[in-house]
Design a protein. Structure first.
Length: 133
């Protein structure tokens, strides 16, 4: 009985130490692990290589949000492309709501505002908020 208790406590201490030093252990083993495991174990998510031109060709552009005119070759913009999660959400809204790109962006923006407690016109939804003096 005493042997089992001591064995369990040793395993628990080892598990705690591995959990406590997991970042240091992971940093040591990272060069030897495949990239798929590294991406899964770390908080790092690799970016896709979609450029603004690719996203504009996929329909993520309009006259009000013209990617090629504003971010062409002469621009000083150094980002690769739009936010992948945002683009995917706009695509999903366009498919479900059957709306245009600009309408889908507006729906997404209004959802973000509502999630943060802001009305579509920009005023706070909190009754305690002071909006005028």
């Amino acid at each position: 009985m005493l042997f089992h208790l001591s064995a369990i406590s040793i395993v628990a201490v080892i598990a705690f130490l591995i959990f406590y030093f997991r970042q240091r252990i992971f940093a040591t083993l990272e060069p030897y692990l495949p990239t798929s495991i590294v991406a899964r174990l770390s908080n790092y998510t690799p970016l896709t290589t979609y450029t603004f031109a690719d996203q504009a060709a996929a329909g993520m552009s309009s006259s009000n949000f013209d990617l090629e005119a504003n971010l062409g070759e002469g621009s000083s913009e150094n980002r690769m492309g739009l936010d992948d999660a945002g683009v995917e959400e706009v695509r999903r809204i366009m498919a479900v709501e059957r709306c245009t790109f600009d309408q889908a962006r507006l729906i997404r923006h209004n959802r973000i505002l509502a999630k943060n407690g802001i009305a579509p016109d920009g005023t706070p939804l909190d009754r305690k908020a002071i909006t005028r003096l």
